[in-house]
Design a binder for this molecule. Structure first.
Ligand code: SF4
Length: 324
C-alpha cells in the first residue's frame, strides 16, 4: 500500500470533526474546510473526532478557554466565576481511551484557536482575566503530539499557505510509505530500499541529515533493528519538517543531472542547467526544471534514478510544485 506516484490509495488522516463539517462546535455549527473536503479528501481518508463531544460536553455548550499557568493550563468555561474549576480531567477522559486509534493515522489536521484542538498560539488567561503573553497548545492537540511526536500534524488554517501545505502533504506520504514499506514487516534490507528511494527528497530538506543518515545506515546493520528503525524514522521526519529551499532543490536537480553526463549532449545539459538556475533565482516554479529533467531521466536514466521518490513524492495533480 505504498504510494507517492499518483496511485489512488487513500491515506488515513485524522481531522477535527468541525472541519469535516460536523455540527459539533460550541454554537452547534461547523467550520467545514473546503480545502480538506474538496481537495485533500481525494487522497486522504479523513477520520473525524471531536474531543469535546467525546468528553460529553454536549452541543451546543458554553465556550471554554485555557486558564492558569502557561506550563499547566486548565480548561474552564469562559464565563466561569469558580476559581477552582477544571474541566481538563473530563476532556482528557474523553480522548484517553481513543488515543490508540490514532496509531493507524499518517497525519492529523486540527482546528485553530481551540482550547482543545489548537496546535499553537492558544491564549492562556491569568486569574485576573488577561492573557499571558506566552501562548500554548490546546489540551487534545498537546496530548496527540506527545503520544505521536513524529505524526505530521498541522492546523487547517496554515494549510492555506502553499509551502506549509506542500510540506505537510510530503510528510504525510513519507509517514505512510514508511509504515507500509518498512514497519509492516521490517528488515534491514527494506529500510535500505526505503532510504534509497527517499535519498534526494531528504537531500532537498536537509543536507546534514542526508549525510548523517547515509553514514548511520552504513554502520547500523549490527545494531538491533527496532532501535535502527526508531532512530532513522525520527531523523527523517524531523528533517522533512523543515521545508526544502530553492537552493537545496537546485543542488538536488544538478546532482540528478550528473546521472546524464554520458548520455545527454553537452548543449542539452547546459540548457537544463540554465533552467535550474532560473528556478533557483525565483523566476520559474519547481515543476519546470523537474519536468524537463525527468523527460531525459525517463529516456536515459538508470532504474535507480528513475525510481527516486523525489520526482513525485505526492500525487502530481495536487499541483504542489507549480507555484512560484
Ligand atoms: S473540540 Fe475540536 S473538533 Fe470539537 S468543535 Fe472544538 S475545534 Fe472542533
Amino acid at each position: 500500500m505504498s504510494v507517492g506516484a499518483g496511485e489512488a490509495v487513500q491515506i488515513p488522516v485524522g481531522i477535527s470533526a468541525c472541519l469535516a463539517g460536523d455540527n459539533v462546535r460550541y454554537n452547534g455549527g461547523h467550520s467545514q474546510s473546503r480545502l480538506c473536503l474538496n481537495t485533500l479528501s481525494r487522497y486522504f481518508s479523513f477520520s473525524r473526532f471531536c474531543p469535546e463531544v467525546a468528553a460529553g460536553f454536549g452541543t451546543p455548550r458554553p465556550t471554554m478557554r485555557l486558564t492558569g499557568s502557561p506550563q499547566a493550563p486548565r480548561l474552564v468555561y469562559s464565563d466561569s466565576t469558580n476559581p477552582e474549576e477544571d474541566l481538563s480531567p473530563q476532556l482528557r477522559a474523553g480522548f484517553a481511551g481513543r488515543m490508540h486509534e490514532f496509531a493507524g493515522l499518517d497525519g492529523y489536521v486540527l482546528m485553530k484557536n481551540s482550547p482543545s484542538c489548537g496546535l499553537e498560539r492558544i491564549k492562556i488567561y491569568r486569574d485576573n482575566g488577561y492573557p499571558w503573553e506566552e501562548r500554548g497548545q490546546g489540551i487534545f492537540a498537546a496530548a496527540l503530539q506527545a503520544a505521536y511526536p513524529l505524526l505530521p500534524i498541522e492546523e487547517e488554517g496554515r494549510l492555506h499557505d502553499h509551502q506549509l501545505r506542500e510540506n505537510f502533504i510530503l510528510r504525510v506520504y513519507a509517514h505512510h510509505n514508511f509504515r507500509h514499506e518498512v514497519r509492516a514487516s521490517p528488515t534491514y534490507h527494506k529500510l535500505l530500499q526505503f532510504h534509497s528511494s527517499y535519498k534526494y527528497v531528504l537531500m532537498a530538506h536537509s543536507q546534514p541529515t542526508y549525510k548523517a543518515l547515509g553514514r548511520y545506515l552504513a554502520e547500523a546493520h549490527d545494531q538491533p533493528l527496532p532501535e535502527v528503525l526508531e532512530h532513522y524514522f525520527s531523523q527523517l521526519m524531523q528533517a522533512l519538517q523543515k521545508p526544502a529551499t530553492r537552493r537545496n532543490h537546485a543542488n538536488v536537480l544538478l546532482h540528478l543531472l550528473g546521472y546524464l553526463k554520458h548520455s545527454v549532449p553537452g548543449d542539452a545539459r547546459q540548457h537544463i542547467v540554465d533552467i535550474i538556475d532560473r528556478y533557483r533565482t525565483g523566476k520559474i516554479p519547481l515543476v519546470t526544471p523537474l519536468t524537463l529533467l525527468r523527460h531525459y531521466i525517463d529516456r536515459e536514466g538508470s532504474s535507480y534514478v528513475q525510481a527516486q521518490r523525489y520526482w513525485q513524492p505526492y500525487p502530481e495533480d495536487l499541483g504542489l510544485t507549480n507555484q512560484l
